[in-house]
Design a protein around this ligand. Structure first.
Ligand SMILES: Nc1nc2c(ncn2[C@@H]2O[C@H](COP(=O)(O)OP(=O)(O)OP(=O)(O)O)[C@@H](O)[C@H]2O)c(=O)[nH]1
Ligand SMILES: [Mg+2]
Length: 147
């Protein structure tokens, strides 16, 4: 088993409005990196990230999940956070531990209230922030203007 030192480990938090596609993106990244051999679906309850009984039943994330994958000699711990406001504490804790953030925006729904909420703590903690569209993007200019 390879041993990774702190200079080759990155904690990357995924943030965004509920249902924007964070868990699906994590599932795709895990598959592309070779961590998994099949692409699970939130609707089928087969993602590696939403594994809790309640998450499978309700089809959304409740806890932050850590998905560790290896990409080009770097260990990337993806932190898949819940988007629903009831579980905001989970997302805030994950931001505190992150070296970088990916704000996921649903191209179908555009920029939503939770999308913009997350720009504030991310900016405060001065970590690199990326914006990723889960579907063809609408409203990206507004988000980039605010960050
Ligand atoms: N067509 C399409 N559907 C998507 C895409 N990303 C996510 N979905 C669907 O949108 C729904 C919500 O996706 P999730 O990945 O659970 O979204 P989430 O951001 O993790 O949601 P929370 O855990 O509630 O914050 C699921 O039914 C997905 O299959 C995408 O890129 N294209
Ligand atoms: Mg999720």
């Amino acid at each position: 088993m390879n041993v990774y030192t702190t200079d080759s480990i990155r904690n990357v938090v995924l943030l965004g409005h509920g249902g924007c596609g964070k868990t699906s993106l994590v599932e795709a990244m895990a598959y592309v990196s070779g961590l998994t051999g099949r692409l699970g679906k939130v609707s089928d309850g087969t993602t590696i990230s939403d594994y809790d009984k309640e998450e499978i039943k309700r089809k959304f994330s409740i806890n932050t999940s850590v998905v560790p994958l290896i990409w080009k000699d770097t260990k990337i711990n993806l932190l898949d956070t819940p988007g629903y406001f009831d579980f905001v504490g989970e997302a805030e804790e994950a931001v505190a531990a992150a070296d970088a953030a990916i704000i996921v925006v649903s191209g179908k729904a555009g920029v939503e209230n939770r999308t913009l909420d997350f720009t504030f703590p991310v900016k405060l903690s001065k970590i690199r922030t990326f914006v990723c569209a889960s579907r063809p993007l609408k409203g990206a200019k507004k988000l980039l203007h605010r960050t």
